[in-house]
Write a protein that binds this ligand. Structure first.
Ligand code: FE
Length: 158
């Protein structure tokens, strides 16, 4: 019997070109995205390399540049804005799903600026500058998305 608070041995570190990760038990992985790397590309590469086609993502860290999107549901357009400044990832959550053979990562985030104000939105891309610490929880079954032509969005098919 393990004493309370003592962790069992975990799996070895797995490394990609832009990230390192470890399976920490159950459905859970911890992923560190290397500084200077684009985090959605890195997490997508992690998911594909580990065969993960459904799950949840959460994380913290810091970025040096990010582009957020705001979707206009009437015009069916995304308006994106780039923020070229150092920001804390104050909150980040998302999901992993597949659409046919494609792995889709959908992330929303709140980013904290130097003056302690925050911006938030759908994350298009962001470059880690400092730490990039993510937890990925793998779903027991793959999650599928399909394009909803009326909404113009990839929607989970449940
Ligand atoms: Fe979104």
């Amino acid at each position: 019997m393990q004493p309370t608070g003592q962790h069992p041995t975990t799996a070895p570190t797995v490394r990609g070109a832009t990230w390192s990760a470890r399976h920490i038990g159950g459905p859970n992985h911890v992923v560190s995205v290397n500084t200077g790397e684009e985090l959605i590309a890195a997490l997508t590469d992690f998911a594909i390399s580990q065969g993960i086609s459904g799950g949840a993502i959460r994380g913290i860290g810091a970025v040096g540049r990010a582009t957020l999107l705001f979707r206009d549901p009437d015009a069916l357009t995304y308006v994106d804005r780039e923020f070229d400044e150092q920001m804390e990832i104050a909150g980040l959550q998302g999901n992993i799903a597949r659409k046919g053979e494609e792995t889709l990562i959908h992330i929303h985030t709140t980013l904290g600026r130097q003056d302690y104000s925050a911006i938030a939105g759908h994350l298009k891309e962001a470059w880690i500058r400092g730490a990039g610490e993510f937890f990925v929880t793998v779903a027991e079954a793959p999650l599928e998305k399909q394009l909803d032509p009326e909404l113009g969005l990839n929607i989970l098919t449940l």
